[in-house]
Design a protein around this ligand. Structure first.
Ligand code: TD3
Ligand code: NA
Ligand code: ZN
Length: 307
């Protein structure tokens, strides 16, 4: 069924595991994710960005997710990822989403609170849950001193005030991750002391980790081997994700690992089958790679299999 993440996160918090939040843009990506969820009997969060709505059109994504629910019977959350303003959050609530993110992290503290409150009011009125963000994901890695970079991380004291004043249901925290395939110049590092402090000050409150793709080496190598060029791509080691899942993180966002699984498999298939031109062959290869990758994440990283 189509569900909100309320109970999902309560169980995840108590159980010390996290639910995967996977970005969806087309049929094969959705099918790969949902087949994995079915095989592992895991709850799923399918998340749609503004770019996905532009690429696929909202009605296609909504119907594809409805199809996935009808096909599998899994508990599935349909979530708006990185909603920029009240309007897009409202549109998704009105479109039947069960969860929306309002990302006010680029605004000053008080503006972030104001816009988040506005979305919480509208969403809660209609039984929809809200994710917000406090602190800025890295991504400003180069030519910035560590202290400056850490100044953009989530401040635990501010987090308490933010949650109390907005009534938000979950909070995306900045502890060193960033979006995309180039997350760390040097050794991967997350600020676990900061994460621990936040969970001590907000016991039982669901936290969200963005920029949590591992940038799986097998796919990076395959992309580079079959005509791609993504040297130096690096993500979050799976051990760190497991640790975070045991420390109050209830939702782990994965998009780049899906993109790499699809891209590596399509490149490989096309390189190895030069005379093939049936899209079902190479898109099917991509779908299979996504399914296996998501199964791996569910079983070996998130721990939400059978939950
Ligand atoms: O937090 C994430 C996923 O981050 P990652 O890029 O590590 O998969 N997202 O919100 C997905 C959109 C960002 C584009 O990748
Ligand atoms: Na957890
Ligand atoms: Zn994100």
């Amino acid at each position: 069924p189509l569900v909100t993440s309320k109970e999902m996160f309560q169980k995840a918090y108590e159980g010390g595991y996290a639910v995967g939040a996977f970005n969806v843009n087309n049929m094969e990506i959705i099918q790969g994710i949902v087949e994995a969820g079915k095989e592992e009997n895991a709850p799923l969060i399918l998340q749609v960005s503004a770019g996905a709505r532009k690429y696929a059109k909202p009605v296609y994504l909504r119907k594809l997710v409805e199809a996935a629910i009808e096909d599998t019977g899994l508990p599935i959350v349909l979530h708006l990822d990185h909603g920029e303003n009240f309007e897009i959050c409202k549109a998704c609530v009105d479109d039947g989403f069960t969860s929306v993110m309002i990302d006010g992290s680029k605004h000053p503290f008080e503006e972030n609170i104001a816009i988040t409150k506005q979305v919480v009011e509208y969403a809660h009125e209609r039984g929809v849950v809200v994710e917000a963000e406090l602190g800025k994901l890295a991504g400003i890695e180069d030519n910035v001193k560590v202290t400056e970079r850490e100044a953009t991380f989530t401040d635990p004291d501010q987090a308490v005030e933010f949650v109390e004043r907005t009534g938000v249901d979950s909070l995306a925290v900045a502890i060193g991750t960033s979006h995309g395939a180039y997350k760390f110049k040097g050794e991967p590092k997350l600020d676990f002391e900061r994460l621990e402090k936040i969970t001590k000050m907000l016991p039982g409150f669901p936290l969200v980790l963005h920029g949590a793709s591992t940038v799986l080496p097998e796919f990076v190598e395959s992309c580079n081997k079959y005509g791609g060029s993504i040297p130096g791509a690096k993500g979050v080691p799976e051990e760190m994700l497991k640790k975070a899942a045991g420390m109050g993180v209830c939702k782990i966002n994965i998009d780049t690992d899906l993109r790499l699984a699809m891209t590596a498999s399509v490149r490989k298939y096309l390189a190895e089958n030069p005379s093939e031109f049936d899209p079902r062959k190479y898109l099917g290869a991509g779908r299979d790679a996504i399914k296996e990758m998501v199964r791996h994440k569910i079983k070996n990283v998130l721990g939400c299999n059978g939950k």
